[in-house]
Design a protein around this ligand. Structure first.
Ligand code: 13P
Length: 357
């Protein structure tokens, strides 16, 4: 293991103003999202959509790394360049989702544990050959009556740590994602208490599996009230609760925290991330950035709608959402930034946009 390379890669992933773009939806999830717009649910449609995303001019101004799904890392763009090589060529680190999904946990009704440790070592070696520089594994923790159980938290934390150690062995930076879900009527306080319990368990396991904290990225949820909780705290209150929870549970040796969006709108996810950086950036030991999927992609998918004629408009939207996330990492997101739909210089430079309009 080259510790120095791991640390450098991890720092690049959360460099000032940059963050990760998750485009690693499993076939089932991607098909579900395509079905809403009557887009064909085929490998070729997935490829075209992912190509639209990675070919967005100027994407590398805000995005340091893109998380791919197994199908995508094996696919090529129209120009015959594999996706991973295409990303590397524009200075975006290729990453890969390596878990095999959250599955019902035996003896723990309603709870899930993530699959994928069996055979992981050779799979990781293959992804390295394909150009991957980092990996992602997602565990999901639900809040409900008598949930989460300690058994579920421990099993998921252990799997995350075993995965992280195997990644570092082959030089991949592990993105460690324990996601406490937003579904439910629980309060902000409950989410905070559960998130802290989960993060403490995760770091205990990472420590016992000898994972180098300097060579990993944590991808947690923000501390939020449940979606159906009657009281929804302000952006600032959420920033305060999230930072307090993370300070109690994430060691300072971790270079970066990159939040998932988890179903928040792009606007809310950016406002909350920006508030964290505005209020705390100078006092935090880690970079606090983003690893958004839906909060960057959602409007672009509906604009594209599977139609080639909509590609440029979808790319403009994607560029804008990525730019907003960048501003949030820098603590400079505002309604003005949100309203300013400037096109990327790169998109302008192609001249295609203006002529297509
Ligand atoms: P969302 O930002 O849409 O939650 O996706 C992030 C992700 O990678 C989930 O694993």
């Amino acid at each position: 293991m080259n510790t120095q390379t791991l640390e450098e890669t991890a720092r690049m992933m959360v460099a000032d103003g940059k963050g990760l773009l998750a485009i690693d939806e499993s076939t089932t999830t991607c098909n579900k999202r395509f079905a809403k717009f009557d887009i064909p649910q085929t490998a070729e449609a997935h490829r075209q959509y992912r190509q639209l995303i990675v070919d967005t001019p100027g994407l590398n101004e805000s995005i340091s790394g893109a998380i791919l799904f197994d199908e995508t890392i094996r696919q090529k763009k129209d120009c015959e360049t594999p996706f991973a090589a295409g990303l590397a060529a524009i200075g975006i680190l290729p990453g890969i989702k390596v878990d095999l999904g959250a599955k019902p946990m035996a003896c723990f009704p309603g709870e899930k544990v993530t699959d994928g440790l069996d055979g992981l070592r050779p799979r990781l070696a293959e992804y390295v050959q394909m150009g991957a520089r980092f990996a992602k594994w997602r565990a999901v923790i639900a809040i409900g009556s008598r949930m989460p159980s300690m058994g579920c938290i421990k099993a998921n934390a252990h799997a995350l740590a075993r995965y992280a150690a195997l990644c570092q062995e082959v030089g991949l930076v592990p993105v460690v994602e324990p996601e406490v879900l937003m579904e439910g009527s629980h309060t902000l306080e409950v989410c905070s208490e559960v998130t802290e319990r989960v993060l403490r368990a995760v770091f205990r396991e990472l420590y016992s599996q000898r994972v180098k904290l300097e060579g990993m990225i944590l991808k947690p949820n923000m501390v939020l009230p449940g979606l159906s909780c009657a009281h929804q705290e302000s952006v600032e209150e959420i920033a305060d609760a999230t930072v307090a929870c993370l300070l109690r549970s994430v060691p300072a040796a971790v270079p970066g925290i990159a939040f998932l969006s988890g179903g928040q709108t792009g606007e809310l996810a950016c406002a909350r991330l920006s508030a964290i950086n505005i209020r705390y950036k100078s006092r935090l030991p880690w970079q606090v950035s983003f690893s958004f999927g839906r909060a960057i992609q959602e409007p672009a998918l509906s604009i594209w709608n599977g139609k080639p004629r909509n590609v440029l408009d979808a790319q403009e939207s994607l560029y804008h959402r990525a730019k907003c996330a960048r501003a949030a990492h820098l603590g400079s997101y505002s309604l003005t930034v949100e309203a300013n739909h400037e096109q990327s210089d790169a998109l302008h430079a192609t001249g295609i946009y203006a002529s297509a309009k």
